[in-house]
Ligand binder design. Structure first.
Ligand SMILES: Nc1ncnc2c1ncn2[C@@H]1O[C@H](COP(=O)(O)OP(=O)(O)OP(=O)(O)O)[C@@H](O)[C@H]1O
Ligand SMILES: [Mg+2]
Length: 421
């Protein structure tokens, strides 16, 4: 297939047929397709239909002037170039034409050399404009593409943030459930052992009715020594304590699940009047399994007023602090619990200090311990949420939680809660 030459169209508008003819002839020699019109109106009609690349128009014509033609053409969406032919010395009109975005002006009498050069330049200008337009379009396309990429990335970020907060919630729930489940199952093991012992004891009585008095006395002696061996009195006592604790643990799990159910409402639970000393004592019972082998507990409960608070949540804070204290002690140490009433600037606070003789916190970590997921514990042991949750709970009570620590010596967490009236 041969290459089809697309000739560029030039429209020439002039009221003098002689000039029209001359220009047409020269332009055709240069292989342009030339259209002609003898007045502005006719020129505009041809322009509308043919959309030439270039219009060469005389300025001074009866009826519509060349400047009007120029204005109308430039108002059009297209990219047709316009060159004007002005009378000799019409510098002002020429300048106007350039201001109106004419590509060039030529004065009469028309110098053909000059005209052809000007036409060539106009054609180049047209080509450049087309290229620029294409680039702009490319650029716009690229921008659109990038914008939609950014939008996608943003959506992904939101999604991953959502996932992270779901993960955070799940980890938080795991953290809070892990502890009660831990002592529930350890209590159940102990209870199992106790019941085995008691069952063994009961079995001794099986033949009690079919034996004679002497044998009975021997059996009773044996039972008595068995009882001593297993510390029967202690077991009976501890049995009920363990059951109580286990029930308490199960209640907490139940409460957590209930909390989770109405998670959409952040203010779960209601405030109640609560004695912090009692809260510490019951929390201590619950975590005592974790503490008792590690540390001697030194308690100093001073007189404090009841405060209005979310008691369950405060207990969780105490649990987290006590667990951390126990975990900071490698072999054997001390954990101190001290409460008191404090006055500062006309405000009253209940202060709780939980201290340990554990490993302490390195200076560079002090500012990070309240961050979610910050942990120095091995994978699977710490989620790094205990202090973060505690911080939020204390903040909710308009209180403060601070820390003092020395590496190798120990750590003290200080919780201050306002006493409201
Ligand atoms: N009493 C303490 N003594 C020494 N370091 C502590 C003490 N309390 C907290 N830390 C440090 O702060 C970090 C964060 O504590 P946080 O309770 O938030 O998480 P965690 O105990 O690591 O994990 P978990 O989510 O199981 O509580 C701990 O990993 C530890 O490095
Ligand atoms: Mg912790």
């Amino acid at each position: 297939m041969g290459k089809r030459l697309i000739m560029k169209k030039i429209l020439v508008i002039d009221d003098e047929p002689e000039i029209l003819k001359t220009i047409k002839t020269y332009l055709e020699l240069e292989e342009y397709e030339v259209l002609t019109a003898e007045n502005g109106q006719e020129g505009l009609e041809i322009f509308e239909q043919q959309k030439p690349t270039l219009i060469i128009t005389d300025v001074k014509m009866p009826g519509m002037s060349g400047i009007d033609v120029l204005k109308k053409v430039k108002k059009n969406e297209g990219d047709t170039e316009v060159m004007v032919i002005t009378g000799h010395g019409d510098l002002e009109i020429s300048i106007d034409a350039l201001r109106l975005d004419a590509s060039d002006f030529i004065s009469k009498p028309v110098d053909i050399e000059h005209l052809l050069l000007s036409v060539k330049r106009a054609m180049e200008r047209h080509k450049m404009r087309a290229q620029l337009k294409a680039y702009t379009k490319d650029l716009e396309g690229l921008l659109d593409e990038k914008a939609s990429e950014i939008k996608d990335a943003h959506a992904m970020l939101l999604q991953s943030e959502k996932l992270a907060s779901i993960g955070q919630l799940a980890a938080g729930v795991a953290h809070e459930i892990n502890n009660p489940i831990g002592f529930i199952s350890s209590n159940l093991n102990t209870l199992e052992q106790y019941i085995k012992d008691i069952k063994g004891l009961m079995e001794q009585y099986k033949n009690f009715h079919s034996i004679n008095n002497v044998e009975r006395q021997m059996l009773l002696d044996r039972i008595e020594s068995l009882k001593n061996e297993m510390d029967f009195e202690f077991i009976l006592d501890d049995l009920f304590k363990l059951l109580e604790e286990t029930k308490d643990g199960a209640d907490r799990v139940k409460k957590i699940v209930a909390d989770l159910k109405d998670f959409s409402r952040m203010d779960h639970g209601e405030k109640n009047l609560f004695n912090i000393n009692q809260g510490l004592e019951s929390t201590l019972n619950i975590v005592s399994n974790e503490l008792k082998y590690k540390a001697e507990i030194l308690k100093e409960y001073n007189e404090i007023p009841v405060i209005e608070c979310y008691s369950q949540e405060l207990n969780q804070v105490f649990m987290n602090l006590l667990t951390n204290a126990a975990q900071s002690i490698e072999k054997q140490g001390k954990i101190g619990i001290k409460t008191g009433l404090l006055h500062d600037n006309g405000h009253s606070f209940v202060e709780v200090r939980i201290s340990d003789t554990g490993c302490g916190i390195a200076e560079e970590n002090l500012s990070r311990i309240f961050d979610p997921f910050f942990t120095t514990k091995e994978v699977g042991k710490g989620t790094g949420l205990g202090l973060n949750i505690s911080y939020k709970v204390i903040e909710k009570h308009k209180g403060k939680i601070t820390v003092e620590s020395e590496v190798g010596k120990g750590t003290t967490f200080i919780v201050r809660l306002p006493v409201e009236h």
